[in-house]
Design a protein around this ligand. Structure first.
Ligand code: ATP
Ligand code: MG
Length: 431
């Protein structure tokens, strides 16, 4: 029974006092996305399980261990989205976006679900923002996508985020590489974890992304994909770097990045920080040229990235980046008696239609308790309405921080006059 008062492990709440941070960050993300030509797409929280199995890959941690999969009452196997790419592609194929103007560009933001071991920066419900771009194999698209992510971090004031890039090649160069990897890892067969042993034959590259300390130590000595790239992939990777250089985006090439999902080809990248502990990857992405075909569409080379909003907020907090706190109450009207309450009801409605935040008593408190409440919610101005004020048709508005008082007539020009008064207050501009 105690469980009805407790959120499910690995989930969190965003309280009304904190949601402005999320709105600010998500707003900046979507706004920046629009500057790069990406508009928001909204897709269901769940899909047919097969959508993720096909795309994310059978040998990944996500599919093997982390998906929230269940049969619905109609006997369909459905899965809560562990990521967005698969669902966005499903939608782009189903709704015909892939037959329209190319490239298809879309941005998304929302919750993702993975059954992981909860810890700082690792949750079971977490939130991602990301971009998707379908229908271009040009390295310019890779560079543009990375620039868009960088630009979001810049606009949020985030510093010291390292960009690491790599190319993991195409199926052609990867065949050679898989052979070399298998040979190398077979030498350590007895030391690798059970999961990695099962990956040895099917997908040896997955071992490079294993989180077990033993496996990752062994992985450090493994052959590097960059030594196995075919000419086309090599050239593509060089060109991505040329464009990043032209845009002044700093990066390092890290040949150990392979990403946690199976669908990546060619460019992969991560934005990493040391500020927030072990879960330091804030953003990950890259190219997935075969994915749309894998999901039943035509051959359309594609790319995208996803960033974790919780990790991003943790990072901003650690770096002392202040998010502007919006006003919670511009005017509080304290009332004494029913006729004052009725007048106040009318007044605050007019103030609200001018776009300002107004509140009055809806609890039935005495005057002192009302003023205490006004203080608690951080009202910028307050006004007391009683029999006297109603009779005289005017009332005094008090600036709660300076104490300054101004008389305003209680007629139908009240809201406008109050607006002028609050605009003249310098503190009001402190959002
Ligand atoms: P990690 O290596 O940390 O497990 P991942 O490779 O599984 O990450 P992606 O699938 O690429 O992550 O997701 C993109 C981003 O989403 C990550 O860089 C991270 O910021 C965020 N993210 C992923 N899983 C979680 C989680 N369980 N809790 C919070 N954020 C997450
Ligand atoms: Mg993961």
């Amino acid at each position: 029974m105690a469980e009805i008062n407790r959120a499910v492990k690995g989930t969190g709440d965003v309280l009304p006092s904190d949601s402005y941070k999320w709105q600010f960050v998500e707003g900046k993300m979507l706004e920046t996305a629009r500057l790069y030509g990406f508009n928001e797409i909204r897709i269901p929280v769940f899909e047919h399980t097969e959508v993720f199995r096909r795309s994310v890959g059978d040998t990944t941690d996500v599919v093997q261990k982390e998906m929230y999969t269940f049969d619905d009452k109609g006997g369909r196997s459905v899965t809560l989205r562990p990521e967005f790419t698969a669902g966005v592609i499903r939608s782009a194929i189903e709704k015909g976006l892939v037959n329209g103007a190319l490239p298809v560009k879309a941005a998304y933001v929302g919750g993702c679900y993975r059954y992981e071991k909860p810890q700082a920066g690792r949750l079971r419900e977490f939130h991602q923002f990301g971009l998707e771009c379908y229908g271009t194999q040009s390295p310019v698209a890779d560079a543009e996508l990375i620039c868009a992510a960088q630009s979001i971090f810049d606009r949020l004031g985030i510093k010291q985020l390292r960009l690491e890039i790599n190319s993991i090649g195409c199926p052609t160069c990867r065949a050679e590489y898989h052979k070399a990897l298998k040979e190398y890892f077979y030498g350590y067969k007895d030391e690798l974890c059970e999961t990695c042993n099962s990956r040895l034959e099917k997908n040896p590259m997955r071992i490079l992304d294993c989180k077990s300390p033993v496996c990752s130590k062994i992985a450090q000595g493994a052959p590097k994909i960059t030594d196995y790239l075919c000419d086309e992939c090599k050239e593509h990777f060089a060109s991505v770097q040329k464009y990043l250089d032209a845009a002044g985006v700093e990066y390092t090439v890290n040949p150990t990045i392979v990403r946690g999902l199976d669908y990546y080809t060619k460019t992969v990248f991560e934005f990493v920080t040391d500020f927030i502990g072990a879960q330091g990857t804030v953003c990950g992405g890259g190219r997935y040229d075969g994915l749309i075909e894998e999901l039943g569409g035509k051959h359309l080379p594609s790319l995208g990235f996803a960033m974790g909003i919780e990790r991003l907020l943790m990072l901003m907090d650690k770096q002392g980046i202040e998010i502007p706190k919006p006003s919670t109450c511009d005017l509080y009207v304290a009332v004494m008696g029913e006729s004052a309450s009725l007048k106040s009801f009318e007044i605050i409605k007019a103030v609200r239609s001018c776009g300002l935040i107004a509140e009055s008593d809806i609890v039935g408190r005495g005057l002192r308790a009302q003023m205490k409440y006004a203080d608690k919610i951080g009202a910028k101005f307050s006004m007391v309405l009683g029999e006297n004020e109603i009779e005289q048709g005017k009332a005094v508005i008090k600036n709660m921080s300076s104490g300054e008082q101004t008389e305003i007539v209680l007629d139908n020009t009240f809201a406008e006059k109050f607006m002028v008064l609050q605009l003249a207050d310098v503190d009001s501009f402190k959002l």
